[in-house]
Structure formats: C-alpha cells, structure tokens
Ligand binder design. Sequence first.
Ligand SMILES: C[S@@+](CC[C@H](N)C(=O)[O-])C[C@H]1O[C@@H](n2cnc3c(N)ncnc32)[C@H](O)[C@@H]1O
Length: 222
Amino acid sequence: MFGELFPEAVRYAELLADAGVKRGLIGPREVPRLWERHLLNCAVLSEVVPEGVTVCDVGSGAGLPGIPLALVRPDLKITLLEPLLRRTNFLQEVVELLGLDHVTVVRGRAEEVLGTLQPVQVVTARAVAPLDRLAGWGVPLLKPYGEMLALKGDTAEEELHGARAALSKLGVVETEVLQVGEGVVDPLSTVVRVVVGESPGGVRFAAKRAKAARTGRTRRRR
Ligand SMILES: C[S@@+](CC[C@H](N)C(=O)[O-])C[C@H]1O[C@@H](n2cnc3c(N)ncnc32)[C@H](O)[C@@H]1O
C-alpha cells in the first residue's frame, strides 16, 4: 500500500504508538491495531480521491486520515485542519520528520477558517461529527463541484438518510456510500461521498462568499 514510503509509514506508526499515546492523542488500546484500524483503513481512501487535487482533512487529530493519504499520494496538496494546539504540534512534528512537503498544518475549527483557507477540491474526515454537522463544517470549504469524503462505520447509510435535507440546503447534488480497500482491509472501509454543485454551502452562502471576494472584505461578527 505505501510503496517507496513504507519506511515513513512505519515511522508514523512508531510516532503514534510512542509520542501519540504519551501525549494523549491516541488510546493505548489502539497500539496493537494501529495498522489495520488506522493506517490502512485511512490509506485506502486514496482509491476515491482524484489525481492531483487539493485536500483538506477536517479534524485531523493525530493525522487520520490525512497522513496515511499523504504517504500514498504525493500528487495531492493536503491541509491538515485541527483546532487543538497539542494536536497541531504533533502534526507539525510528523510532517517535518517524515519530510511531507505536500502537507500543511493549519490550526483552527472548520467553521472559523472559512474565507482564510483557499477552497479545496476534496474534504476528508473521520470520526469528527455526525454527517449533518460535519457537512455544515466541511462542505463550505469546497470549491464548486468539489466533494467531501467521510470515513464512516456501520451507520453510514442511516446517517446519510438522516442528513438529506441538511445536505440539500448546503448545495449537495449527489451522494453515495462506497466500500473501499478490497484486498487490503477486512472489513472494508465505508466512505460517504457527497458532491456539491456550483454553490458549496448553499446559495446564500455562495452569494456572501462571492461578495466578500469582490469587495476584499469579510464582515466580522461582534
Ligand atoms: C475523535 S477525533 C478524530 C481524529 C481523527 N480524524 C481520527 O480519525 O483519529 C475528532 C477531531 O475533530 C476535531 N474537531 C472537532 N470539531 C472540529 C471543528 N469544528 N473543526 C475542525 N476540527 C474539529 C477535534 O479537535 C478532534 O481532533
């Protein structure tokens, strides 16, 4: 799965098992299953990420799925977005130690970096929030016709069903549940894919963003 960057993947697994556990970023019980449940489970997301696009991994935590994705896909430009300083410090160290020049770490909450972060083609996320809330944070970060890929468990279909109205308001025009990782992970990883039309975040949001871009200003809330 990791090809030439397998040594870097091993280094990342070691960092998670050592500093990651000591600094409370990952539970000690995860250590024996780091490869299947975390590195591989996340790396297989690459099957559904288009070639050469910009990606924002929302709520990256200790770098999942962003770091495994970066290790298998040097063609991507990936931003790891995470609000907690303890986690962004770890992420920055990992990026430097592994020499991942195509990865940038940004500290912030998705809903707060809107307007400062360049819109991306793909948003990824795992274990951040229920789909309707996650979409409210992730979809507005997309470019027109971009897509959000959320790694979900058994509840994927149910969450998608419950989020339909919210997704439609956010300008989502297509949804599907995919299984990825054939021959790599068992069980397969489940991905909810939502694609936006020309107005990510919804028509009102798109109008606001376009106006801010024209005037070069964003109004601050008091
Ligand atoms: C349960 S952890 C999952 C971390 C990682 N994605 C994983 O799968 O191991 C959820 C992460 O989402 C981050 N988070 C929560 N709300 C967020 C928001 N509004 N914007 C960006 N990140 C957020 C948290 O700080 C935390 O690191």
